[in-house]
Write a protein that binds this ligand. Structure first.
Ligand code: SF4
Length: 670
């Protein structure tokens, strides 16, 4: 057995995945070598090990050679707090490299209840189908009557047909129409949104995955896990005094923070108390004011272009008026979601918009109309369209329109512009239906800018094809490193040291020492960024939600051991994460997808002349090189070196990299 773990007995996993060939409609079980669970845990770690070898380097992301994997984390299905997540993996139609996305709700644990550690789809069906697992039997079913329905309707129709116990992950119109930013929706509004994997699902004519399982999670010691879960919940700080004070003064807080140049920060108590009440939208107003939120397509200033009286309409505090009940993913003690009822918009039950959606359809495009936000949020959930990317695409279209690059002739007569709330829904529908300019915008801002020309690329804010999230990298510089150099580009939830250190990340796992770095000292960040990248992979592969890492100490090694029998040390956690991140990077090297393209607005080139981010220009070359160097990858190209591949027992990747080096495109940084 490998050095980082010692197997006691086989617990915590089933040792098999379901392998579904959509071209031939054959369904098989494939055994997974036991040591892979020790080396890669579960989730996208395990997927990386499988997909690296199975997806050919020249596979078209929207063709039959691409593979789509649904992978729950190793601890998913246990009561371990925050571990209800599953990951969808495949080759991304946005970046041409490794794609993954994750979602909470209750779908991930259901994969385990079906007795599998993952479900993998290869090939492409001729007609629309869905996979059904029921009473221990997997079948491919006709989905002709579901094709054309939105993701929530699909979920409801499958419940009517197969019973309310069913758990569904489905695509909506965006996935069907191969919108490159499409996601996959479960639990009627949770979405594995990023990387465009809903389009991959659509290209395979796979409408849904519908599961009813009855298999129990194979705990090593169930009682211990339950007891530790109870202890964890008992010490959560739901009644933090400071949070109560902050919530009371939330109208004046953003302006105060900007004036005294206070950084974003969360204590454990704030994270637990405020997130459980307001969810991610708790920071919508603050982020816009202090420079965290990108404003006016990354070219504006919050307090000038989108002052507090506007942004306040979109905050979670304002959305409280429609809140019916809190919502939480499986095994989550925090429950950061909420269900709203908005009768005036005919929305009987809708998920509360997250921070990312409220900012992408708020400060980013200067929309201050909360009704528009609520309608957009519901529409995107039903269409299965990543709200971050959708906001980025709308912002791009608006700026092109304002500059005469696209006109009413392109939009079918629709007038779009900054703050023109009434035009947002028609524009989104145009994109999802691929009508007029929507047919071009449907491919995301990078490809759209290439097709439109006339200087449109200036307004296309993306990294390696993925629209950037709602966290300005000039505010948290290492976000730029993550955006441009992580195997899944353009992600705030990846491994940025500056983003993770907003909360008490150091408390999460006892004994882990995070290397020091300084926010705007660009040559100080490599070791910390690399450390965070490694730990982040392990946390994901176990099935944790990112918010666990800000919610206080968890007895992580004990949870892993009592659930699975796998005994690990902190050093093992780091090495496993290092292995997963290196393999994801090797996947991109194999597919010629290591690129370093990022819109210069994200770097402060030229620097802003006003606002909290005034004068900031990031030294991206130094940050990326130092990160690569700290990962022991080639510092110039980012390709993992042979010695690091050997060290991580990734020897099998060496041949592929050697064979395909000629396909590796290195696009220089600006
Ligand atoms: S913190 Fe929120 S997103 Fe994370 S698991 Fe809990 S409910 Fe889900």
């Amino acid at each position: 057995m490998k050095e980082e773990s010692k197997m006691v007995e086989k617990f915590g996993y089933f040792g098999k995945i379901l392998w579904v060939n959509l071209s031939t409609h054959e369904i098989n079980e494939r055994e997974i070598p036991e040591e892979w669970y020790h080396q890669y845990l579960g989730g996208y770690g395990l997927a990386a090990r499988i997909l690296f070898e199975e997806i050919p380097f020249d596979a078209d992301p929207l063709g039959p050679d691409n593979i789509l994997a649904f992978m729950p984390g190793l601890l998913t299905g246990t009561t371990t707090p925050f571990t209800g997540r599953y990951m969808v993996c495949g080759k991304s139609p946005l970046s041409g490299g490794w794609g993954d996305s994750n979602s909470g709700g209750t779908f991930g644990p259901e994969i385990k209840r079906c007795g599998y550690d993952g479900i993998i789809f290869v090939g492409k069906s001729e007609k629309p189908v869905y996979l059904l697992i029921k009473e221990g039997k997997a079948t491919i079913e006709d989905a002709s009557s579901l094709w054309g329905k939105d993701a929530i309707e699909t979920d409801e129709l499958l419940r009517i047909k197969h019973g309310n116990r069913i758990r569904v992950a489905a695509i909506g119109m965006a996935g069907e129409n191969l919108i490159r930013n499409a996601g996959i929706v479960n639990d009627k509004g949770r979405i594995a949104a990023r990387s465009g994997l809903g389009a991959v699902m659509g290209s395979k004519k796979l409408k849904a995955v519908a599961l009813i399982g009855a298999t129990k999670y194979p705990y090593k010691n169930k009682n211990s896990v339950i007891q530790m879960t109870k202890e964890y919940k008992d010490k959560m700080k739901f009644k933090d005094l400071m949070s109560r004070v902050m919530m009371k003064f939330n109208n004046i807080l953003p302006g105060m923070m900007r004036l005294i140049k206070m950084d974003l920060f969360l204590t454990e108590g704030m994270q637990v108390t405020m997130m459980s009440k307001y969810g991610t939208g708790l920071s919508t107003a603050i982020s816009s004011e202090v420079g965290d939120a990108p404003v006016k397509n990354w070219n504006g200033v919050g307090y000038i272009d989108f002052p507090q009286k506007k942004v306040r309409n979109l905050t979670a505090q304002n959305l409280e008026q429609w809140k019916v009940k809190p919502y939480g993913c499986f095994s989550c003690p925090l429950r950061c979601g909420a269900i709203l009822s908005v009768p005036e918009l005919n929305l009987k039950e809708t998920h509360r918009p997250e921070y990312e959606t409220a900012t992408a359809f708020g400060a980013l495009i200067l929309n201050d109309d909360v009704n528009t936000l609520l309608k957009v949020n519901e529409y995107l959930n039903r269409a299965g369209y990543d709200s971050i990317s959708a906001g980025g695409v709308v912002a791009f279209a608006i700026e092109c329109f304002e500059n005469g690059i696209i006109t009413k002739e392109d939009t079918g007569g629709l007038e779009i512009g900054w703050g023109k709330s009434e035009s947002i829904m028609p524009l989104l529908e145009m994109i999802v239906k691929r009508e007029h300019i929507g047919a071009i915008l449907a491919d995301g801002v990078k490809i759209a800018a290439e097709k439109i020309g006339k200087g449109a690329e200036k307004y296309a804010v993306h990294a390696n094809g993925q629209e950037l999230p709602m966290h300005d990298s000039k505010f948290g510089p290492s976000l730029a490193t993550t955006y441009v150099s992580d195997p899944t580009p353009g992600r705030h939830t990846a491994a940025s040291i500056d983003f993770m250190e907003v909360g008490p990340i150091g408390k999460f796992i006892k004994g882990l020492k995070i290397p020091k770095s300084k926010k705007h000292k660009y040559n100080s960040k490599g070791p910390a960024q690399a450390f965070m990248a490694k730990i982040h992979q392990t946390v994901n592969a176990l099935g944790f939600c990112n918010f666990a890492t800000w919610s206080g100490n968890i007895r992580l090694l004990d949870f892993i051991f009592q659930a699975t029998g796998i005994q690990l040390t902190n050093d093992d956690l780091i090495k496993i994460g290092y292995r997963i991140q290196t393999l994801r990077q090797a996947f991109n090297a194999k597919h010629g997808a290591i690129q370093h393209q990022i819109n210069t607005r994200a770097l402060g080139i030229p620097p802003m002349e006003k606002g909290p981010l005034k004068g900031i220009t990031l030294d991206i070359k130094t940050m990326v090189r130092d990160y690569y160097e700290s990962m022991n990858w080639d510092p110039e190209t980012g390709i993992p070196t042979n010695s690091v591949l050997e060290h991580l027992e990734l020897d099998f990747a060496k041949t592929s990299l050697k064979l395909n080096t000629k396909n590796t495109t290195i696009v220089m940084l600006p």
